[in-house]
Design a protein around this ligand. Structure first.
Ligand code: ADP
Ligand code: SF4
Length: 697
């Protein structure tokens, strides 16, 4: 069944005293659940075991109370009390013969200690380096602090063993772990034997690993995760120094785990980073040490993976996002089901779960972090309830995901789409600069639907109420999407923006349909996700003289959560876009826009020939309401339920739409939707949650 080209991915490989069953290595990744939702996180890891990963890691685990990164929710191992939660996770990981790994993080110069109120400890006394510039500084560790920290690592290692983990990864990448803080001349400015030369800067890592080996090394493997290049300029731990460090300490860990730069560098979205983007930085490192090497690169193609191993660049294929988008990726390669792989689109919505301390979502895999909460399995779904068929109206992410999952349940499904092309918003957004990989949302679903005999697809079918009533489907799923507003209503303006004169206004829909302004253009971004920045880039590419105006202090503000805000700003500067921050558009004038300062309301004027208005969207819910108004006719038409989902219910990111489509399909005929209950719903929580146990005293 398996293509022999991929056999190399299934060869076992030793890591210290242990052997991984194959080369699929799920590197540590956050999930926004962490210590708040430990059973949800454990079940998510358990699904990866079932999906065939050879090595599975936790997210970063704060290993001592003197270093933590509140508000971000990861795992904690501060005392024995934390062991049962972690053991639950380790056991879930090991269910199908995978090795279970735990990543230990001592955050040093990255840990503001907002929760424990401890003074942060770091190699040198500097301000804490976080996303939020917390006004906190660290104290430089003295020799006794270093002795203590070495002991805390040993204590943590013993607890990891009690928790039944196989591997420990020491975090020294992304600027987040103390090992990097010691290795880098930027964060280690010591003049004692722990600072100065590379040998001295390596001392801390050598000592900790030696101590841990003494404590648990007979049965556990110890890996070290370092960044391939710190990417912070001359003083940073450069790629050349990383190579010197590995050559100098060739036998140090049982495996080298190579990440890249800051987290933004390492988890670059597809808009800015290709698959295998780190290859040049990794190549040759494997020859410097006898220990195996794992590297990442948003690998979704088995050919690229096999090439990485065959050409001797990597021993293990490290995946975080590809394992989120498809936890069954290894199994599908093993079973020769390459076309069934649900490829990561590189949108970084999963990361927003961590950045916002919510629980993570995945655009491609709506079951992510719902394995325990809702009992959703990415590859299994219950057979249908007592109705038989569904008409899905609209073939965007919501409609296609609903149709795919409904067909697996065994419903007869018809998908009606007004346009000739299926895919809704992604059919158009995939054509925007940098967003081509987003088309995978539609491609994956259309291919899967195409394999099913019970789905009929009807392009060019804009349905009216009468047609829907005539068709005789039992369930109507309305996923008709949304349109961008031209009137400026969003956050600055909750009522239409005042307009004097006839300045041409283009919406993102106009631009995506190919109607582009020319000359001097103002892009007004009061949406704050990617669209404003992308359209400014596109207009500049097309030769417009572009000024992007936004009331926010940042271009594409919300993309801080997808780790691409800096890259977007850089790209717009390179494209020649003028950026005007902290500024609204008070009104549209015949010859330009009247601006206002967000803080003082001081008015200004920017002359332009046209405005691209990136405001909010308005749901296409007319068909739904018209059908509701005809509820008296439903019984005669054989209709049992009419449900509004996705952007047509409330516009949001694509991941919200795939979740809505999946949820609709899972829950149809389970008695939770208003039409199944006579209008009542919401009295019970629709998912399980974990509640902190009350202390006895
Ligand atoms: P979502 O993100 O919620 O899936 P999209 O906007 O991506 O929403 O997709 C909605 C799709 O529904 C669009 O392709 C649109 O052409 C289609 N559509 C809208 N109204 C109708 C209708 N009355 N009949 C059939 N298709 C429709
Ligand atoms: Fe990939 Fe986006 Fe899913 Fe993250 S949310 S795993 S980037 S598809």
């Amino acid at each position: 069944m398996r293509d022999p080209r991929y056999d190399i991915l299934f060869e076992p490989m030793a890591i210290g005293p242990l052997t991984a069953k194959n080369r699929f290595y799920q590197v540590p990744h956050c999930n926004g659940g962490g210590y708040r939702d430990p059973s949800a996180a454990a079940a998510m890891r358990g699904i990866k075991a079932e999906g065939g990963w050879g090595v599975i890691f936790t997210e970063q685990t704060e290993m001592h109370h003197t270093s933590e990164i509140t508000p971000f929710i990861e795992l904690r191992l501060w005392e024995d009390k934390d062991i049962p939660m972690l053991r639950k996770m380790a056991r879930a990981m090991k269910t199908h013969g995978a090795l279970a790994g735990i990543q230990l993080a001592y955050s040093g110069i990255n840990g503001p200690n907002m929760y424990t109120k401890e003074v942060p400890l770091a190699p040198s006394a500097l301000p804490i380096r976080t996303f939020t510039n917390d006004p906190v500084q660290a104290r430089a560790m003295d020799k006794s602090d270093i002795r203590n920290l070495r002991r805390w690592f040993v204590n943590a290692a013993k607890r990891c063993k009690l928790a039944e983990f196989d591997l420990i990864c020491l975090y020294g990448a992304h600027g987040f772990g103390i090992f990097q803080h010691f290795l880098s001349r930027a964060t280690n400015q010591r003049s004692d034997e722990y600072g100065g030369s590379l040998e001295n800067r390596s001392r801390f890592a050598r000592e900790v690993i030696a101590d841990m080996r003494d404590a648990v090394g007979d049965t556990m493997a110890i890996t070290l995760r370092v960044s391939l290049d710190e990417t912070i300029g001359e003083l940073g731990f450069s790629n050349a120094e990383v190579r010197d460090f590995i050559a100098m300490n060739a036998e140090l860990p049982d495996l080298w785990d190579l990440a890249q730069g800051t987290w933004e560098d390492c988890s670059g979205p597809s808009r800015f980073k290709e698959e295998a983007a780190q290859e040049a930085l990794v190549r040759g490192i494997r020859d410097l040490s006898p220990k195996p090497v794992v590297g990442v690169g948003r690998f979704t193609s088995p050919d690229v993976m096999a090439k990485m191993i065959r050409q001797g660049t990597l021993d293990f294929i490290g995946c975080a996002r590809p394992s989120i988008a498809d936890p069954f990726l290894p199994k599908k390669i093993e079973e020769g089901r390459i076309d069934d792989i649900r490829e990561c689109i590189g949108c970084n919505i999963c990361i927003t779960g961590d950045m916002t301390q919510a629980i993570s979502r995945c655009t491609q895999n709506p079951t992510f972090m719902e394995e325990w909460r809702r009992g959703w399995h990415p590859e299994k779904i219950a057979t249908r309830g007592d109705s038989e068929n569904v008409l899905v109206i609209g073939s965007g992410p919501a409609g296609l995901e609903a149709a795919r999952a409904l067909s697996l349940r065994g419903y007869d499904v018809a998908v009606a789409e007004a346009r000739e092309a299926f895919g809704g918003r992604v059919a158009r957004e995939r054509l925007l600069p940098g967003l081509s990989a987003w088309g995978r949302v539609a491609d994956y679903r259309l291919y899967q639907i195409g394999q099913r005999p019970n789905v009929q697809m009807y392009p060019g079918s804009a349905l009216s109420v009468d047609e829907v009533l005539d068709f005789g489907f039992q369930n109507i799923c309305i996923a008709t999407g949304a349109q961008w507003r031209a009137d400026g209503v969003s956050r600055q303006h909750v009522m239409p923006m005042p307009k004097v004169g006839a300045l041409p206004v283009f919406t993102p829909d106009d631009v995506m349909e190919g109607r582009l302004p020319s000359g001097k253009v103002v892009v007004f971004d009061d949406d704050h996700y990617y669209m404003g920045g992308v359209l400014a880039e596109l207009a500049a590419q097309k030769g417009c003289d572009v000024t992007l105006v936004t009331p926010s202090a940042y271009v594409s503000d919300w993309t801080i959560n997808t780790l691409e805000q800096g890259a977007i700003h850089r790209r717009l500067i390179a494209a020649g876009v003028k950026i005007v921050l902290n500024t609204g558009v008070a009104s549209l004038r015949a010859d330009g826009v009247e601006t206002n300062c967000t803080y003082t309301d001081q008015r200004g004027h920017i002359a332009c020939d046209a405005v691209i208005m990136v405001a909010s969207r308005i749901a296409n819910d007319g068909l739904f309401h018209a059908l509701r108004a005809r509820q008296a006719d439903w019984a005669d038409a054989g209709i049992r339920s009419v449900q509004l989902i996705g952007d047509a219910a409330a516009p949001g990111p694509i991941a919200w739409a795939t979740f809505a489509g999946h949820r609709y399909a899972r829950e149809l005929d389970t008695g939770v939707w208003p039409d199944e209950t006579g209008g009542d719903w919401g009295d019970t929580l629709p998912f399980r949650r974990e509640i902190t146990e009350l202390a006895v005293d």
